[in-house]
Design a protein around this ligand. Structure first.
Ligand code: PMP
Length: 377
């Protein structure tokens, strides 16, 4: 067995999911899966892809029309790539794995946020990277003092940025993007920016990938799981300068050959015709976010108003109980499942993650149950 696997535990999200099976009448707010159906035009495009026999291998990098459409879409956000700088992947997950595999030599420094989406640490550990986790500010924005300390001269530094953030809902501000631009310019560093939730930003969206002067150091990872509510169709993409993409493609090719052809046609149709659906989903998420945020404040939780994605990360420090115990008690006694903050890193202690990608009715009932559970404490 690969010895590096010994450093990897089953994910905290999976743990709570397993416990959830013991409490069948509980309401789960644990998943990062929007409750919307895939837009109809996307469904039809998949059926057409089958009927047109578009069921064979595509180019390793994915169908050209999709790569081109992604470039036009990103241009709308001031992010400039050519189709030759794009590789379609099996979800953002394979994108991240292929990028990290291409970049990391054992002992290289992988600098990741804490708390963060758990895959960064796990993949880095499997690949033998030295993981260093940077602190975030109280509002979950970047802490540049700490970040600067993490970038070590004479080492290969690979920095992961993750905005809009799972689990915190934080996004990158213009001010921080400018500071990052300087930091990246001044240091020998490669940056992976995971922007899988970029279509779900409730205020202005900024990305380091907009900065042309540092483009050769940036690798952009994104995908359609969240944007088109099609998590099971598994389409994502990576954009990078050609020399870097060529190396990433070696991993991608020998791992998956190409992303599923039918799903690629689905994503293509989505970009061409379903942005109205995306907007509708975003506005619905915004309403749910406001509902959950104000209700949590009323119940005495401290929390930041999330500016992106569909998660809220309230502090439970006032309850004087560890995150995992809090979530266990809430599940077994209050019949609501949330994810302990520690599932996202040690600095997630004192927080819980609530996903508001559930219907308003479920959210209402869950918050009502949380209120009752708190009253009994
Ligand atoms: N990045 C982040 C921050 C995520 O939360 C997720 C999924 N929850 C992914 C990447 C991967 O998503 P997918 O493979 O479905 O594109």
């Amino acid at each position: 067995m690969n010895r590096n696997l010994q450093g990897i535990e089953i994910s905290g999200i999976r743990k709570i999911f397993n416990k959830l099976q013991e409490v069948p009448d509980a309401i789960s707010l644990t998943l990062g899966q929007p409750d919307f159906k895939v837009p109809d035009r996307i469904k039809r495009a998949m059926v057409d892809a089958i009927n047109n026999d578009n069921t064979i291998y595509t180019a390793n990098a994915g169908i050209y029309e999709l790569r081109k459409e992604i470039c036009s879409y990103l241009e709308g956000y001031n992010i400039n790539y050519e189709p030759e700088e794009v590789c379609i992947t099996v979800g953002g997950s394979e994108g991240l794995y292929s990028v990290l595999s291409a970049l990391i030599n054992p002992g290289d420094r992988l600098i990741i946020p804490d708390p963060a989406y758990p895959a960064y640490k796990s993949i880095g550990t499997i690949l033998g990277a030295e993981i260093d986790e940077y602190k975030l500010q109280e509002d979950f924005s970047l802490n540049f003092e700490d970040l600067k300390l993490k970038i070590k001269k004479g080492s290969n530094n690979i920095l992961v940025l993750s905005f809009p953030s799972n689990p915190t809902g934080a996004i990158l501000s213009l001010e921080d993007r400018k500071k990052l631009q300087e930091l990246i310019k001044e240091n020998e560093i490669l940056v992976i920016t995971d922007e899988i939730y970029s279509a779900l930003c409730y205020s202005e969206y900024y990305s380091v990938a907009e900065c042309q002067d540092i483009k050769e150091k940036i690798i952009y990872v994104s995908g359609f799981s969240k944007m088109f509510s099609m998590t099971g169709l598994r389409v994502g993409y990576v954009c990078a300068p050609k020399e870097i993409l060529r190396e990433i493609m070696k991993v991608h090719q020998y791992n998956v050959s190409c992303a599923t052809s039918i799903s690629q046609y689905a994503a293509l149709e989505g970009l061409r015709s379903s942005m109205g659906d995306v907007n509708y989903m975003k506005e619905t998420f915004r309403e749910r976010r406001d509902f959950v945020y104000y209700k949590l404040l009323k119940l005495g939780f401290q929390c930041n108003l999330p500016q992106g994605a569909f998660y809220i990360f309230p502090s439970i420090k006032g309850f004087n109980i560890k995150s995992e115990d809090f979530c266990d008690d809430l599940l077994y006694k209050g019949k609501v499942a949330c994810v302990p903050g520690t599932a996202f890193g040690a600095r997630g202690e004192g927080f819980i993650r609530i996903s508001y990608s559930y219907s308003k009715e479920e959210l209402q009932e869950a918050l009502f149950r949380i209120e009752k559970w708190i009253d009994k404490k």
